[in-house]
Design a protein around this ligand. Structure first.
Ligand code: GLU
Length: 476
């Protein structure tokens, strides 16, 4: 099995292209096949090295390694041209000397496809004359003579697919400047690189009968095609910039992990056949099969991407996450050097913050109050839970300070004491938890308060409650 990813370097690696790359890579890896990277750079105006680099970087980020290439389509131009000339010599293609504008005009008047008009014109020129005019240097395009009948191929996604050849126009193979067209280049390259399977977006479905006809005319073995449905935005329309980021690199910048993106892309139009969603690269490879490529369009669900990212984040080794926290927070003047070295404490911290983090940035923010001694207080939280009823907040925090005094520092014990304090004051536990949370974390939301208490430890809890009390008193 030999498969390929064949991006045109006319832009960055976008979600749709990346998904195509992922499917082909999974197919190759699943069957120990060869994954070829081919850069389709024949559109010289729109192609650039910067785009090629962006695509290659995007693939590397996703972990999509290739076995051969990158090949550049532009390097095969001579071979593409030879293929067209061979078809011409065999009478399967013809010279088209006609003036494009005049042909289009005539086609409009006669309500015909321009290529049919061009064919009529060409047929009026006998072979010797055609040869003479070509020798004399007259410019011509080479058009493929689409045979009568029907083109049938087996699509891995859609099953048997038929096109009436009447609906396929006599495509130009070589333009009058001698440059080969895209459909010819793709066929010639896929044959040259001995590609056996082509998975690509169904925006290419209309090219496929042309390509199949070319394979057959050239006597080349044709690959199996599978056309995967497009990706829709949450509003049901084709995914585009309108829906936000479409460049894969933008997700990297937003803190999406490559393994989560890979997992997410693989599930856009494919399913493992059971209810698994969180899957590692190895699991995806082991489960991949073209039989479960879906026929219907898939929706890009950012919520799900975030959720998967959180799962993959949590699956990263603790060491690595701790390193990230050290790098992100280590420069802060109040960073509590050494805390992360205590393995039991570190495990407890990560257990508490990981489920609340979808990205590495989230993880840092969640962990910050535990690792940095200087809190930044969320204005909204201060207003709502401290200053709206200052006396109540003061009283509750003072009582808690007393209640925790001498307590055995376990979650259970602290919970018992906190609930008892609330009951004595005849308020619900929430009424004491809210001002306490602001004092301990500075935030409106945090992990469970008893986890927070245990992680911070007696001294820091005392210090933070005391600081909270001072701040409330000082606020006018
Ligand atoms: N170069 C084409 C594209 O980027 C893909 C061609 C193919 O997969 O056959 O859309």
């Amino acid at each position: 099995m030999r498969v390929r990813f064949a991006p045109s370097p006319t832009g960055y690696l976008h979600v749709g292209g990346a998904r195509t790359a992922v499917f082909n890579w999974l197919l190759a890896r699943r069957h120990q096949g060869t994954f070829v990277l081919r850069i389709e750079d024949t559109d010289r105006e729109r192609s650039s090295d910067a785009h090629t680099r962006a695509i290659v970087d995007g693939m590397a980020w996703l972990g999509l390694d290739w076995d051969e290439g990158p090949f550049f389509q532009s390097e095969g131009v001579e071979r593409h041209r030879e293929a067209a000339l061979r078809l011409l010599a065999e009478g399967k293609a013809y010279r088209d000397f006609s003036d494009g504008e005049a042909v289009r005009e005539e086609a409009r008047e006669r309500k015909m496809h321009p290529s049919r008009v061009a064919r009529e014109h060409a047929e009026r020129v006998d072979p010797e004359e055609s040869e003479r005019r070509a020798q004399a240097g007259e410019r011509f395009a080479v058009r493929f003579r689409v045979p009568d009948g029907e083109t049938v191929f087996e699509d891995l996604v859609h099953g048997e697919t038929r096109f009436g050849n009447d609906d396929v126009d006599d495509l130009v193979l070589l333009r009058s400047d001698g440059s080969p067209v895209y459909n010819l280049a793709v066929v010639s390259d896929d044959a040259e690189q001995e590609i056996t399977h082509v998975l690509r977006g169904d925006d290419h479905l209309s090219n496929t009968p042309k390509q199949v006809l070319l394979y057959r005319a050239l006597g080349l073995p044709e690959p199996l095609f599978g056309h995967v449905p497009m990706i829709l935005g949450s509003d049901g329309r084709k995914l585009s910039k309108r829906h936000g980021a479409v460049a894969v690199s933008a997700y990297a910048e937003e803190g999406i992990l490559p393994e989560a993106m890979l997992n997410f892309l693989a599930l856009l139009g494919w399913s493992p056949g059971d209810d698994r969603e969180f899957m590692t690269a190895d699991e995806l490879v082991a489960a991949f099969s073209t039989e479960r490529l879906l026929k219907s369009a898939s929706v890009f669900d950012s919520e799900k991407l975030g959720w998967l990212n959180g799962r993959h984040l949590a699956a990263r080794p603790d060491d690595e996450l701790a390193d990230h926290l050290r790098t992100a927070l280590g420069d802060e003047p109040s960073f509590l050097n050494g805390l992360l070295e205590d393995e039991a404490w570190r495990t407890a911290l990560l257990e508490v913050v990981k489920p609340r983090a979808r990205t590495l940035d989230d993880l840092v923010e969640q962990a910050r109050p535990f690792l940095c001694d200087r809190l930044s207080y969320e204005e909204k939280a201060v207003q709502k839970h401290w200053l709206r009823d200052r006396d109540a907040a003061l009283e509750r925090l003072e009582r808690l300070l007393g209640a925790f005094d001498g307590a055995e520092w376990s979650g259970e014990e602290l919970e018992t004491r906190l609930r008892a304090t609330a009951a004595e004051m005849e308020v619900g536990a929430g009424k004491v938890i809210h001002p306490l949370r602001v004092a301990l974390t500075g935030n409106m939301a945090s992990p469970g308060i008893f986890d927070v208490l245990v992680l911070l430890g007696r001294e820091r809890v005392d210090a933070r409650i005391s600081e909270g009390l001072e701040r409330i008193r000082a606020a006018s």
